[in-house]
Design a protein around this ligand. Structure first.
Ligand code: GTP
Ligand code: MG
Length: 464
């Protein structure tokens, strides 16, 4: 069996080496900080998929005394085939030497057979001081590539490329703060090219990755489907003892109902974060949230919900309103309020706002006990809002790199809806939302169909 490929991530201090290890090994335990010299020891981070190690990355300290080391090596004038031995001799002689701890640590995995990934910061100018580092790496004789990371916005990548290309046969740009399957695959592709023996195992790991990615997409689609169906069909009850339910009772059941839906959404978000391997977010008790943008807010409805016109058009698919009818509704730019449009479209009112999510009904039971009931969801916009939020959250989680350590809120992208929802899809979705809202038992096949639809949307948004 071929052993899995190993790569040592090396470079100057504080250039994002550990961030790259965290992103590529998908490991949150990698130490990252803006203090130079954070990593002081080499450490291996194997990446396993289904219990199989696909590759192993070594996080290493940055070069500290590159010129001194190079001077030491160069003192031993040898032919090219002996250079590796000189590097080995350097390691052996300086193992206990504090001054060269970092160089010994970073050279060791390389001399044990790891390929080299040399990391630079393309937002800082190139300088001659890096040449000693690259020269040392050349002495190791190991296959190598360079990755340009951009810690800030400035861009010196052209001068970096010119310099790096003299030392490395492959130079790529990589952003550890953002992950996508595509970026990961491109880097793996380059890694495979470093050494002939690595082509097969790296290709195999690419295959595994794609499968893994597909699994994560499918599981997310399943969870989102469960949420939309669960939330739309959910029914809340509240018993009351007096003859008539009080206003307070009615308010209470509405509050409970909304809270339950919020809770369903949050539970789903947590599960999706687990699917995408972000368990650490829970440990910190702060996951990716729509901070300040409640599920039942106007803002949420305007970013993720359907517009009035879309609602009407979607309603029209059930045959209630013709094209002419729609124009009539918009005469003089005066929009009819929700219930009025509802009346025209036929069927349920309350398209806008959240006061009318669902009617509160008073129901009786045997033995004279009465109770209030709210749900299933009557508001037609609600499933689109909840779905939009779920998709948005999933996209953000899937792109969130393991190198990102500070928690941020989801910043809003008002154009998000255009990226996934078109007329056809809306019509397809409406068919299912209608079933979900009906409160009737839904067959497993129907849920599977909806899940497939959501799966396609996720592929479009995240990539396959
Ligand atoms: N904005 C941004 N910050 C980055 C990027 N890459 C790294 N950083 C930040 O830069 C700092 C250094 O990153 P590390 O990954 O710890 O760097 P290192 O090269 O391992 O540093 P040492 O172990 O100290 O040599 C951290 O605060 C990172 O969050 C990037 O692409 N964008
Ligand atoms: Mg580090």
């Amino acid at each position: 069996m071929i052993k899995h490929p190993k790569f040592a991530v090396v470079g100057h201090p504080n250039k994002g080496k550990s961030s790259i290890v965290a992103a590529l090994a998908m490991d949150d335990s990698v130490q990252i900080s803006d203090t130079p010299g954070t990593t002081t020891k080499q450490r291996s981070f194997p990446l396993s998929v289904d219990g199989k190690t696909v590759y192993e990355l070594f996080d290493t300290p940055g070069f500290q005394r590159a010129r001194r080391v190079l001077a030491w090596l160069e003192k031993h004038e040898v032919s090219a085939d002996k250079k590796q031995e000189v590097v080995r001799a350097f390691i052996n002689e300086h193992r206990e030497d504090e001054r060269f701890n970092d160089e010994v640590q970073l050279l060791e995995p390389i001399m044990n057979g790891a390929g080299i990934i040399y990391v630079v910061d393309g937002s800082k100018p190139y300088g001659k001081e890096y040449e000693a580092e690259m020269e040392i790496l050349r002495w190791t004789g190991q296959p190598s590539m360079a990755l340009i990371n951009h810690i800030d916005d400035s861009d010196y990548s052209q001068e970096w490329k010119r310099a790096l290309e003299q030392y490395f046969k492959m130079v790529r740009t990589f952003n550890p703060m953002q992950t996508s399957l595509e970026q990961h695959m491109t880097i793996l592709e380059s890694m495979a090219q470093l050494k002939e023996e690595w082509i097969a195992p790296v290709k195999a790991s690419m295959k595994l990755f794609e499968q893994y990615h597909e699994q994560m997409l499918n599981r997310s689609a399943f969870l989102i489907t469960k949420l939309i169906y669960g939330a739309c069909s959910f029914v809340e009850e509240l018993p009351f003892d007096t003859d008539n339910a009080s206003e307070a009772d009615k308010e209470k059941i509405e509050v409970n109902y909304k809270n339950k839906l919020r809770e369903l959404e949050e539970n789903t978000q947590n599960k999706i974060e687990e699917v995408w391997n972000h368990e650490h977010l829970h440990i910190r008790q702060s996951n990716l949230t729509f901070e300040g943008m409640d599920l039942f807010s106007e803002e949420s409805a305007s970013v993720f919900g359907l517009t009035q016109k879309e609602l009407i058009v979607t309603g029209a698919t059930s045959g209630a309103v013709t094209g002419a009818g729609i124009d009539l509704l918009f005469v003089g730019h005066t929009l009819l309020v929700g219930s009025a449009i509802g009346a025209v479209v036929g069927g349920i009112g309350a398209y806008f706002g959240f006061k009318e999510l669902s009617e509160v009904k008073v129901l009786g039971r045997t033995l004279g006990k009465k109770y209030l009931q709210i749900g299933p969801m009557e508001n037609r916009n609600f499933p689109y809002i909840l779905l939009g939020r779920s998709l948005y959250h999933t996209v953000k989680v899937s792109k969130r790199s393991h190198a990102v350590r500070d928690m941020t809120e989801l910043e809003m992208d008002a154009a998000f809806k255009e990226k996934w929802l078109d007329d056809d899809l809306r019509k397809s979705l409406e068919k299912y939302h209608k079933i979900f809202r009906s409160g009737k038992e839904v067959e497993a096949d129907v849920l599977k169909e909806y899940e497939a639809l959501i799966g396609q949307v996720l592929v479009k948004l995240i990539g396959s």
